[in-house]
Ligand binder design. Structure first.
Ligand SMILES: C[S@@+](CC[C@H](N)C(=O)[O-])C[C@H]1O[C@@H](n2cnc3c(N)ncnc32)[C@H](O)[C@@H]1O
Length: 292
């Protein structure tokens, strides 16, 4: 069954894609003519009815995902502090208490390593799935003095109900925007912008265009361009850096960094080492707080 991808490293270092490599234009990796042909000729086969049902049941499908997998699916993301050194760098003075929002926190694989590593941080963590939020709250490392977890649909519930307006230094969006319908991604970013400080930043990591996970989807799973449904009903979008930059700019952010990261991950079950494409980016808030 195709499930959200685990990121199990094969001991390879991230390799950031240079835009100047011959044959690599805006795309993340070079595909064979056959692969390009297949992708461009594939038309979405999913009916409108099924597409609407998937959107309506998106929350339920993620909640069922956590019912089946509990806290065992994703690995703790220790790379958060290793790779996003901005977390340290964005302090104006050494003893500053950073306020972070992990938007779409799942069961907390990002936040708990961070809370252990950095004692001077307060983390808001929200997720679509009530079950995931319960797992976060039950984690032995969860304590209300340093953490506040709550259930929320980033595309429609105003984050200001739980997080004071303009109070957050850093938002992390890790493999979350890809799970949101492309037409609602901007709403999620605008929502996030309202709780960010004027000079706040968003740290983003997600699936890149032509990632292995995208190439193994069959035509019957295609919902629209670069957007697919897994067998469990959860969905995934694959970002080009141009589309991502445009999306953030429309929501009032400007790119500071925005690059593909190539790495190999091990699928232990299938005994395969596969090439992965992720997009890792950093955006600054540019617009004034929006009151709506
Ligand atoms: C692949 S998981 C990533 C979890 C976590 N960020 C991590 O890195 O382990 C994607 C998460 O996004 C959440 N999600 C999907 N759509 C959402 C929405 N509209 N609002 C809030 N969370 C959402 C899902 O419930 C799921 O927990």
């Amino acid at each position: 069954m195709i499930a959200p991808e685990k990121e199990e490293e094969a001991g390879c270092k991230d390799e950031t894609m240079s835009p100047d490599v011959p044959g690599q234009t805006s795309a993340s990796i070079v595909l064979s003519p056959e692969e390009l042909d297949r992708l461009s000729s594939e038309r979405p086969l999913v009916s409108d009815f099924k597409r609407m049902k998937l959107e309506k049941e998106a929350q339920k499908n993620w909640d069922l995902f956590y019912k089946r997998n509990t806290t065992n699916f994703f690995k703790d993301r220790h790379w958060t502090t290793r790779e996003f050194e901005e977390l340290r760098a964005c302090r104006k003075f050494e003893s500053q208490r950073l306020v972070l929002l992990e938007a779409g926190c799942g069961v907390g694989n990002c936040i708990f390593p961070l809370l252990e590593d950095d004692l001077n941080i307060f983390v808001y963590a929200c997720d679509f799935s009530p079950r995931a939020v319960e797992f976060v709250k039950k984690n032995p490392l969860y304590c209300p003095e340093r953490c506040c977890a709550f259930q929320c649909d980033l595309t429609k519930d105003d984050l200001r109900e739980n997080v004071p307006e303009g109070s957050v230094d850093v938002v992390t969006l890790i493999f979350v925007l890809s799970a949101i319908h492309p037409e609602k991604m901007k709403l999620a970013l605008q929502n996030i912008s309202r709780v960010l400080k004027p000079e706040g930043i968003v740290l983003f990591r997600d699936y890149g265009l032509y990632d292995h996970a995208m190439l193994r989807f069959k035509a019957c799973s295609k919902l629209r361009e670069n957007f697919y449904v897994r067998q469990d009903g959860t969905r995934s979008y694959f970002f080009s850096k141009e589309i991502l930059a445009e999306l953030f700019e429309e929501a009032g952010f400007q790119p500071v960094a925005n690059d593909y990261v190539l790495r190999e991950t091990v699928n232990k079950k299938e005994g395969l080492c596969v090439p992965r494409v992720f997009l890792q980016s950093k955006f600054n808030k540019t617009s004034q707080l929006q009151s709506s």
